[in-house]
Design a protein around this ligand. Structure first.
Ligand SMILES: [Zn+2]
Length: 113
């Protein structure tokens, strides 16, 4: 079997290539259906009736390096933190806490502020 590159969505390498039976397999030109699932983020790749074709499609997804993936996740997290109203109780303290968290995230990676 061709080697699978890491998941193009999360960078995970715990991947499962499965063959399936049933109606779709019986109707496919090869009598088989294959799919790939990332067991880290649960993304599933559409089924193909040729294993090599499926592996080729999986491996040709535009790869994201781990830095880009982490940056994207942290940007989403930063937007969530910024969108939550700062609690009124201890407001000044809560604003400092929020800003401290955002500063740590921004200094770790290139978080858009
Ligand atoms: Zn994944």
């Amino acid at each position: 079997m061709s080697e699978l590159k890491p998941c193009p969505f999360c960078g995970g390498d715990n991947l499962q290539l499965s063959s399936h039976c049933g109606y779709r397999a019986r109707m496919s030109p090869t009598g088989e259906i294959f799919s790939i699932r990332c067991l880290v983020c649960s993304v599933a790749f559409p089924s193909e009736y040729k294993k090599d074709l499926l592996v080729g499609k999986w491996n040709n997804r535009s790869p994201q390096d781990k830095h880009t993936i982490i940056t994207n996740h942290l940007n989403v997290l930063a937007e969530c933190i910024k969108s939550v109203p700062v609690p009124e109780h201890g407001r000044e303290h809560n604003i400092k806490m929020r800003d401290a968290i955002l500063n740590v995230m921004a200094s770790s990676v290139e978080v858009v502020r």
